[in-house]
Write a protein that binds this ligand. Sequence first.
Ligand code: ATP
Length: 715
Amino acid sequence: MLLWIFHYIHNLFATLINSLKTNPTIYDGLKVILAGAFFEASRRLSYYVTDVISNSLTLKARIGDNDEAFDWLHHYLSTHVPIQSSDSLISKIDPYALRTIIWDSIWPSGVAAPRDVQMATRKPRGRWWYGWSSDSGKWGEDVLGSHKNKIKVSIVPTIGKMQLVRFQGVTIKMGIIKNDNWAFDSDKWFVMSTFLGTHKTFTNLLNHAHVQYQALSSGSTAIYSPKGRDEAAWYRSNTRPSRPWSSVVLPGNTKEELLSDMQEFLREREFYKQRGLPWRRGYLFYGVPGSGKSSLIAALASKLQLDIYAINLGGKNLDDDKLHGLLQACPGNCILLMEDIDCAFTKRKDKRKKKKGDSSISSSSSSSSSSSSSSSDSDSRSDSNSDSDSSDSSKFSKKKKRKSKKAATPVPKSVPRISFGSSTDTRLTLSGLLNALDGVASSEGRLLFYTTNWVDKIDPALSRPGRCDVWIEFCNATKVQAKDVFLQFYKIFEPINDESPISTGSATPTESNPDTNLSNGKFDQGLSLDKPESIGSPSISPSYDISILASQFAEAIPENQVSVSAIQGYLMRFKRKPEEAASNAKLWVDNGCGRGPTLTFSKAGSEMRQLKEKKHKKVDEKKHQKAKKDRNANDDKKKDKKKDKKDKKGKKSKKDKEDEDKKDKKKNEKDKKDKVDKQTNGSEASDEKDDMVTNGKEEKNNGHAEIEDEKLNGD
Ligand SMILES: Nc1ncnc2c1ncn2[C@@H]1O[C@H](COP(=O)(O)OP(=O)(O)OP(=O)(O)O)[C@@H](O)[C@H]1O
């Protein structure tokens, strides 16, 4: 049967070929098609084989844009694009020369300029500027425009285009590609590959890129915040210049004690490990606005060279799971910052309030004192480390806790304590936050900072030792602080104007601020300690003593009533005029410390003049009003007197009338009696009495007429 089928097919093909042979055009066409198919198949096969071989010999790595290393490599690539590379080998070759381009296409080595690039004239958000100057051949300098109108340009290969870069004798293909795979949570990948390389090549490259990046970002603090898809990953959102340690002015040794506490914590990893304690520490900064809470955190981050991971608990996309993920992804040895922790849940509290019968409302609206008991439930959820930590709790904490009861921190009685509640109306709950903070996988070596203006609104479960180990209260400025702020403000004294000489000022070290480290109490313009090379002009001796001015200034500032930020705002009006700042301070305080906008754009002098004029006007107005009042009061008095007189007179006349009426009555009765007597005693006597009655009546009428005349005159 099989043989028969084979025979049948053979005969069929034989007749088909014989019939095709009779038609040479079709026969030749068929031959061409077959030859083409063969070549295409061989091409594909060769591609496939080379692909398989090259893939097996090529080492690839990719890094998501939510990883810090992405930034390092991005920076590395930006500085190694041939057109702007500082690599001496590449810089000798013209990347645009035809020879280079042809050679690079035959033997790819990354020496030719990329033909498809991404140019940016703005600093990438949160990253360092990689701009390259074609004029000076230096990084970070102006490329276009005049001296005063610098424009920087950053050039990197377009997303999806690869660039070859030589690193330690190895050619690495690198570039940025978009991530279309939703299984991964990064939007972009940095990919790199090398032929016959090892992973060491990549780790070396990462190390190198990191060192380069650090050198670029030294003197700055990186700030990370949740971003990306659903804000579920940390991204570098900003890079701030480091805040000088001495720029934060706090009373006493608070700053130094806090710093040594943090340093001690960072050193004590083994201590925590041996005792099975989570290596974390919480700090609660609370107090009046503008008193330096955020500034101190920035200064601490700069001092300890830590990055800040800032999280906004009020973020609309944040829920328990995301917070958990974020805290897990937060690296060790960093500052985790939760600012205005009281505000994060205020809205939710209001929402809960609307819902009647919600059990959390009643607990949340309890007074601050009673709420400790309500929160004890949540507190009980805490792990055992809290107790052990509490013993180790800060040296400041006891003192600060006691202080928190004082009125310095505004705590209105009507404001209920924030309590986190039902998961039906909130995406982030207190238990979610506490679990995320205490979670087993939560990062180690983490310094957690909470800030708030309303300490009594924080649930005790959150603020208990173990979660908030150190409490620091920030108050309005003391006189000593005001003095230090003044000294600090005028310590560096550089004119902006390029033409004028650059000079620095100095201030006497004060007891409260020993790191105000300048020698004498005068502004030594021309004797720069910070930038000695910048002084190119003869020194000018000022006519004032800065410490005397500072004392004069501090004298005018009332103790614990003005915030440091307000003082700073005031000093900003007299940027280079410490004398005016000191002399006008009292007036400023008398005028309510400039509540409202701190700075007006008029000149400080004219502004103060205006203030004075205003004050004089006010005084004049007051005087005028007082005089007017006095006059009105006198007039009123006169009127009252007259009225009294009239009333008295009126009363008198009434009395007289009544008396007369009584007299008349009596007379009438008497008359009646007399008549009866007359009838009995004779007619002569009755005539005499009649005369008397008529006379009396006349007299009475005259009396009435007189009273009425007086009345009329009085009116
Ligand atoms: N103690 C201080 N030392 C130096 N500068 C201060 C101090 N307090 C406030 N400032 C200045 O005032 C401004 C606001 O300070 P900061 O943001 O640190 O205050 P805050 O207490 O965090 O305020 P808020 O509670 O409103 O967030 C900053 O410009 C800062 O330089």
